[in-house]
Design a protein around this ligand. Structure first.
Ligand code: AMP
Ligand code: MG
Length: 286
């Protein structure tokens, strides 16, 4: 179902936006090549009122599509956000879901597992919060932490985490075959941009609450994290559940790209309002 797109009236902007899905997708079976991708990439676009309007239109479009998605009720949508500290997972969540009916979406922020969660397999807590048909779910961090932080900090032996790529692919395939559309986004920022954002969390009293002093230790493990991300995205970008590497240094570009890809995906889904279970021609409210 198409819902009116105006793209701030700019054809070249529209053309570029329509390329985001292909440009940023990690091709299945090929390396993610994170280091070769520019976190400041804008594909020639500039921060402008037109770009801001295009993001606003995407967000509005997503809100409208969500209604028919819910009414259609045949499929679910799972959006996975991953990224290093201060990469913009919270900001993306806030922007992307602004226009969506809160009743139609569940957001889960995955923290270090509790004792109960650890006593189960690592996908147990994840499967429980996967979206029902008609629903959207957004994961702020996800089961990928079990091949990221867990690997970087040696929380389980290599033999255990390295088997998880296959398990995750099987799990996601299972979700997809049962009606869930899975979209995964890695918010790719540069080391410099992370330094700026973390410093801001220290300097700005209204951002102090976001600062976890441990983030400074994690930052020292930057290269280890990048290796872990490279492998996770390479091993687990599949036809059915692709990863996207989203340039994240410019927040406006990140919000434009993700809102575009999500709205375009829903638009391509042949969503329909269900046929009424009654004959409207024979009914009248008196
Ligand atoms: P934040 O996103 O700032 O709220 O922090 C959440 C923290 O939980 C991060 O440091 C993650 O690395 C950590 N975390 C999330 N999932 C796991 C996991 N499966 N194992 C260990 N730590 C995790
Ligand atoms: Mg944090």
């Amino acid at each position: 179902m198409l819902v009116g797109i105006r793209y701030a009236g700019c054809m070249s902007l529209e053309k570029t936006c329509r390329r985001f899905g292909d440009e940023f997708r990690v091709p299945p079976g090929k390396g993610a090549k994170i280091a070769k991708r520019d976190p400041g990439e804008t594909l020639g676009l500039k921060e402008s009122p037109e770009a801001a309007a295009a993001t606003a239109e995407n967000v509005e479009r997503l809100g409208k599509l969500q209604q028919v998605f819910y009414a259609d009720g045949r499929r679910a949508l799972l959006i996975v956000l991953q990224g290093i500290d201060a990469s913009g997972k919270d900001g993306t969540t806030r922007n992307l879901l602004t226009g969506v009916n809160p009743q139609g979406v569940n957001v889960t922020s995955f923290k270090a597992p509790t004792g109960e969660e650890l006593s189960h397999d690592y996908l147990w807590r994840v499967h429980k919060v996967c979206p029902a048909k008609g629903m959207m779910a957004l994961f702020n961090r996800s089961h990928y932490e079990d091949v990221l932080v867990v690997r970087v900090h040696d929380l389980v032996p290599k033999k255990v985490w390295s088997a998880r790529y296959r398990q995750i692919n099987q799990f996601e395939r299972h979700l997809v075959e049962n009606g869930t559309v899975v979209l995964k986004f890695f918010l790719h920022i540069s080391r410099d941009e992370q330094r700026r954002r973390l410093q801001e969390r220290i300097d700005d009293p209204t951002k102090n609450w976001k600062m976890n002093p441990k983030d400074l230790d994690e930052r020292k493990l930057w290269d280890d994290y990048m290796r872990a991300y490279e492998d996770a995205l390479t091993e687990c970008s599949t036809e059915e559940a692709p990863w996207h590497v989203i340039p994240g240094d410019h927040k406006w570009m990140r919000n434009l790209a993700i809102s575009q890809i999500v709205a375009d995906t829903l638009e391509g889904m042949d969503l329909r309002f269900p046929k009424p279970t009654f004959d409207p021609a024979t009914m009248r409210v008196k």
